[in-house]
Ligand binder design. Structure first.
Ligand code: ADP
Ligand code: MG
Ligand code: MG
Length: 869
């Protein structure tokens, strides 16, 4: 029932049903949350009534009541959405305490220290989450009292110290709110529930949803649950654990705990936690009980579990279980192990791995020899594996800015991370923190993102104000300096270290073979060079869906020829330039066709941004004019004439081929000659010639005729026979609307969703960034339509084009070659509308293979949704 109760709530119910020790409570459903927003951020009266009714029932069942000084009920109010969003939303503990109840609790438990420790925690959380008073202000007070009293850890604080803190907290609260800290437990509860609802729409939750494809209209559930106390003394504690190692996937109970602590103390890095193995010594009975529960839960959910527990005076309580986040490496090992152990089927295993995660496996590792030669300058915890080399940034915002400015390799260095840093973490290649353990925020989030992370590296001392850190040898590093991180060993290195390609066999090979078995969609790649093509084949590409011929001209030796072609004033001149281009193109095509070994190759005719090839600076113009045997002024005039106000809607695509038919003529010749040459070496080739930017069937026919006539002429000249296809890109909305007419003439369609999205939205894909940022902030858009197919709009155009197209030509071959071809949710859409293949950049090929398999398996399971984590 996770849709209604949220993941946390559903699993708490499930655990209760399994007879596990779970503190009692009730769930306020996700529907209540959506209703809260529909009603203008208000809880409707009938829902309030129901909450109160369930609270009374809870009080009756437990035998404690809210506000009872002699034996008070305290609860936690916990967020919990359908998909797990760790740390993104808020939770409040020890709710129900007030100035009188705290005294009663102290008396009841004969533990004043515990009572005031709970109260100060509650005041902090309530003030922070419900009243939005910065938590840092409370931390300042807390740290000051600690220091005055010479305390190293918060457990060193005495009851009197804690009383003093509570007094100061209340004063702080009064200063900010001009009213006393709320004393009425029911008010505390309702305000907290509302705050949790609101936390669904805090900035970090919105960003997290965007990065993880979680819709904004799901809402969060709220769990109200009886408190159990890990902070009652040395026989109490709290911890987190995984049924398998989340870094490596090793089948071994793995976790951390802290005695005399509560809630998030373990992950917040307040003291260094102990490893779960040590619990065996601290309390063997509890350890055995916990180990048995872990096994039971894993068998029940048939997946690796991430669990939270609390020990209250030697008694174990389970507070949460969920399918654990894990590294890509661990995800594959666990999937393969679960199948080998007969716990799940191959199809179930395929659904367990998040396609986006595979990315981290495909990227380089350190080159062994270079790594051996390098000497670590610090060592922390190996929190998330992988290799990262890049420039350091000390604030998430700086990292985001650098990434927007085009910096590719950057490393985020922080004392510790918090959910506010999520966007900065997502652009970083590696994360280094000086505090926190293996389950700290940085570690958990990095593993989820597949980003390399070294956590809790106390060898480095970070000066966040100065934006610098010092390594264990005393060397200082500043923003922009290079370091390298090894997330598998925890080593930190000065400078850059060479990297090598990843190994694609083992669990990866086994798992990917399963994905191939269950998918219907073929997966091709976008590749412009034989090297790209070979890389893509290693990743499992079954053909090329887009070979962009203009990309072949950026090389030094070639750009002259293409410039000459562009500035030619007569057809004769242009033909002369094209004569130079012909052999280069033929050679390129031969290389690609050979690399693809008989797999289909779609070659797109020239679709150049002409201005990118022409010089702008005076010096360059003079040099190139000289090269082209013309005066600088003459060249300047030509450049001026070629200038377009709106080049994206200008002379590109088929328009160029219509105005200068000699261009498609020469390109067709190059393609056909290359194909014949390769096929004469005994290799099968079927080139697919693709005409870009068609909006009207008459454009298509005109260029198609040129291509066809040329191809047949060349074949005749060569005395060869060869199958080839001619088709078009569908990237202008008008082409979708008239797809039946176009399909009467074209043998295949390939959706160019980059342009199609740009034109459907009327939003320039090159300038969309800033606009989208504001749209995300204001919640106008949830997702970037240039990265993920906009199903209601662009998707509808695609669906229409597929239907009209196949109506006119039943065997019309359909594919997609926009960026979206490697985006998992877009791949699922392509499966649904019946495309034959998706095509994406080489690194995304495995992602698309997995996404395609998941779409097919989910489809078979009749529309069930794929939920990760
Ligand atoms: P998150 O989703 O951020 O993990 P949780 O709702 O799980 O937030 O709660 C935060 C922490 O408080 C966790 O460590 C959890 O185990 C602890 N906690 C929540 N409710 C209770 C409770 N009723 N008794 C004791 N500890 C609790
Ligand atoms: Mg939390
Ligand atoms: Mg939790």
């Amino acid at each position: 029932m996770r849709e209604l109760l949220g993941g946390k709530g559903a699993n708490l119910c499930e655990m209760t049903g399994l007879g596990l020790p779970v503190p009692r409570g009730f769930c306020v459903s996700t529907e209540a949350c959506t209703r809260y927003y529909e009603d203008g951020e208000k809880i409707a009266d009938e829902i309030l009534a129901e909450i109160n009714e369930k609270l009374e029932l809870l009080e009756k069942n437990i035998g404690k009541t809210f506000g009872d000084v002699d034996d008070p009920l305290l609860v936690s109010v916990r967020s919990g959405a359908r998909a797990s969003m760790p740390g993104m939303m808020d939770t409040i503990l020890n709710l129900g305490l007030n100035d009188e109840v705290v005294k009663g609790l102290a008396k009841l438990t004969s533990n004043e220290r515990f009572a005031y420790d709970s109260y100060r925690r509650f005041i902090t959380m309530f003030s922070d989450v419900v009243m939005e008073i910065p938590k840092a202000l409370f931390d300042e007070v807390f740290d000051a009292v600690k220091e005055e009293n010479g305390c190293v850890y918060d457990t060193d604080l005495s009851a009197d110290n804690l009383k003093e803190i509570v007094k100061k907290y209340k004063a702080l609260y009064f200063k900010h709110k001009a009213e006393e800290f709320p004393q009425e437990p029911r008010v505390q509860m309702i305000e907290s529930i509302k705050a949790v609802f609101r936390s669904w729409n805090n900035n970090r939750a919105i960003t997290y949803r965007r990065l993880n494809d979680i819709p904004g209209d799901w809402g969060t559930a709220v769990n109200v649950q009886e408190m159990v106390y890990g902070n009652m003394g040395d026989d109490s504690g709290t911890g987190v654990a995984f049924t398998r190692d989340p870094s490596t996937g090793e089948n071994k109970l793995y976790g951390e705990f802290l005695m005399n602590a509560q809630g998030e103390d373990v992950v917040a890095g307040i003291r260094t936690p102990q490893s779960l193995d040590q619990l065996r010594e601290v309390n063997p009975k509890v350890y055995e009980e916990f180990a048995a529960i872990s096994t039971k839960l894993e068998n029940h959910y048939k997946d690796m579990q991430d669990m939270e527990f609390t020990i209250e005076r030697g008694k174990l309580f389970m507070l949460q279980t969920r399918n654990g986040k894990r590294t890509a490496h661990a995800a594959l090992k666990i999937a393969v192990d679960l199948v080998n152990d007969g716990m799940v089927t191959e199809e179930e295993a395929v659904l367990k791995v998040d396609p986006k995660q595979l990315d981290s496996l495909l990227h380089p590792n350190f080159e062994t020899r270079a790594l051996k030669a390098a000497k670590p300058v610090a060592k922390g915890l190996p929190a998330s594996p992988g290799a990262a080399t890049g420039k350091i940034y000390f604030e998430a915002k700086d990292a985001v800015d650098a990434s927007k400015a085009g910096e590719k390799h950057l490393i985020l260095v922080r004392a510790e991370t918090s959910p506010e840093d999520i966007e900065g973490m997502s652009v970083a290649e590696g994360i280094l923190t000086s505090r926190g353990g293996m389950t700290s925020h940085a570690a958990v989030v990095a593993r989820g993102m597949g980003t390399c992370c070294v956590a809790g590296c106390s060898d480095v001392s970070i000066n966040e104000k100065n934006k610098s850190f010092t390594d264990k040898n005393g060397k200082k590093y500043f923003e922009g300096d290079y370091i390298s991180l090894d997330g598998s060993t925890g080593n930190v290195y000065d400078g850059q270290i060479a990297t090598v390609k990843p190994e694609l066999s083992g669990d990866f090979g086994t798992f990917m073979a399963w994905t191939d078995k269950y998918r219907r969609l073929r997966v091709r790649t976008n590749a412009d060079t034989p090297a790209d093509a070979e890389e893509a084949i290693r990743f499992g590409a079954e053909g090329i869906g887009l070979c962009r011929t203009e990309h072949m001209f950026f090389g030094e030796d070639r750009i002259a020829a293409i410039r000459e072609m562009i500035v030619s004033k007569t057809e004769a001149q242009r033909r002369r330039a094209l004569e130079k281009i012909l052999p280069m193109q033929r050679k390129d095509f031969e290389g690609i066709l050979e690399a693809m070994e008989g797999k289909p190759v779609t070659i797109r005719l020239l679709d150049p941004p002409l201005h990118e090839f022409l010089p702008q600076a005076d010096g360059d113009i003079a040099a190139i004019a000289n090269e082209l045997n013309m005066g600088s002024d003459e060249l300047r005039t030509i450049i001026r004439d070629l200038h377009e106000i709106n080049p994206m809607l200008g002379n590109r695509g088929c328009r160029l081929a219509i105005i200068f038919p000699e261009i498609p003529e020469v390109q067709t010749r190059a393609i056909i000659e290359a194909a014949v040459n390769v096929s004469r070496k005994g290799k099968k080739v079927i080139p697919e010639i693709m005409i870009p930017l068609i909006g009207d069937v008459k454009e298509y026919k005109y260029v198609r005729n040129t291509v066809k006539e040329t191809a047949d002429k060349v074949l005749k000249e060569l005395g060869a026979e060869l199958d080839y296809l001619i088709g078009t890109m569908i990237e202008i909305p008008r082409a979708c609307l008239t797809a039946d007419e176009i399909a009467n003439e074209a043998e295949f369609f390939s959706f160019g969703t980059n342009d199609l999205t740009q034109m459907a939205y009327g939003l320039s894909r090159d300038d969309a960034g800033k606009i989208l940022d504001s749209y995300f902030d204001k919640q106008i858009y949830e997702f970037d339509p240039t990265a993920r197919i906009d199903v209601p709009g662009v998707g509808k155009l695609m669906e229409m084009a597929c239907k009209l197209g196949r109506g006119a030509r039943a065997d019309l071959h359909l594919g997609i070659c926009g960026e979206h071809g490697g985006d998992p949710s877009s791949v699922a859409f392509c499966h649904k509308v019946g495309l034959d293949y998706v095509s994406c950049s080489p690194f995304r090929v495995p992602i698309a293979r997995l996404a395609a398999a998941q779409a097919a398996i989910s489809d078979k399971k009749s529309g069930e949704q794929v939920i990760h984590g």
